[in-house]
Design a protein around this ligand. Structure first.
Ligand code: SF4
Length: 261
């Protein structure tokens, strides 16, 4: 929805928080043909009605994955809106796309991360819709695609700590630079908006996508607020200085740092 009026999510959680109700009203009026209104119950009822029709008629539901559990083969998807539950259960085919770093050994490990993520993201004890998907429903097919897409290279680099990230967004909210600029200011040399903004985005965007986003690591005062906020204790100032020193793009860098550490 928000991609119609912006160029992408402004933060990992919640992605459309920057939109005012007037912008949503204009969007719904223009795209859905309803009379212009800023009445929030009317807007949410409209979104629910339109999305239900999409879910009920879709041939394939496509979702991301917050965590995968190796011990049980479960896929964990968490949302606060319920759309995740619809997209993973209503269409006859569900395709789940999971970054390979999202795999945890067992349900005890999952339980810890499910406790950390919402507390750090939105201050909730538990995300509203916390789904554990096991075998597909009757008459449903499920495919799980596990993505590398540069993660093995990142794991073998001095930036490997960044793969611990659970995308809670706490480092973004703590960062004085992000708070002033917001997510759409994190752009690459080609002027494209980085898929991951904020302190962690300034590490993994160049780490996964390369040279185009290396300049993002300069968007930090290295004050350390991001490290203090991170529930999985990623040393973000250290990661940012490593990106500045060429860790995201230089193969020889890792040997220099490994020797020094
Ligand atoms: S780096 Fe830490 S604080 Fe930032 S999004 Fe990832 S887990 Fe959350």
């Amino acid at each position: 929805m928000f991609s119609f009026v912006t160029k992408g999510p402004v933060t990992s959680s919640p992605p459309a928080a920057h939109l005012r109700k007037e912008q949503v009203a204009e969007l719904f009026h223009e795209k859905l043909g309803i009379p212009y209104t800023t009445d929030i119950p009317t807007l949410t009822a409209t979104a629910r009605k339109v999305l239900r029709e999409v879910f009920l008629t879709a041939d394939i539901g496509f979702s991301g994955v917050n965590f995968g559990v190796a011990e049980t083969g479960s896929v964990c998807v968490i949302t606060n809106e319920g759309n995740g539950r619809m997209v993973t259960t209503v269409p006859p085919i569900h395709i789940a796309l999971m970054g390979m770093e999202r795999l945890v050994p067992n349900l005890d490990d999952l339980s810890l991360l499910l406790s950390l993520l919402p507390r750090s993201a939105t201050g909730q004890k538990l995300t509203v819709y916390t789904q554990l998907l096991n075998k597909p429903l009757a008459n449903q097919t499920r495919h799980l695609i596990i993505l590398d897409n540069g993660r093995t290279r990142l794991r073998n680099s001095p930036l490997k700590e960044s793969l611990y990230c659970i995308r809670c967004g706490a480092c973004l909210n703590a960062c004085p630079v992000f708070r002033e600029l917001s997510g759409h200011a994190y752009i690459g040399k080609d002027k494209s908006i980085a898929p991951y903004p904020g302190p962690i985005g300034s590490v993994i965007s160049p780490g996964l996508l390369g040279e185009n986003f290396v300049q993002l690591a300069q968007a930090s005062s290295l004050c350390g607020a991001c490290k203090d906020a991170c529930p999985v204790d990623i040393d973000l100032p250290k990661m940012l200085t490593r990106v500045r020193a060429g860790a995201a793009t230089s193969n020889s860098y890792q040997y220099t740092v490994a020797a020094r550490d």
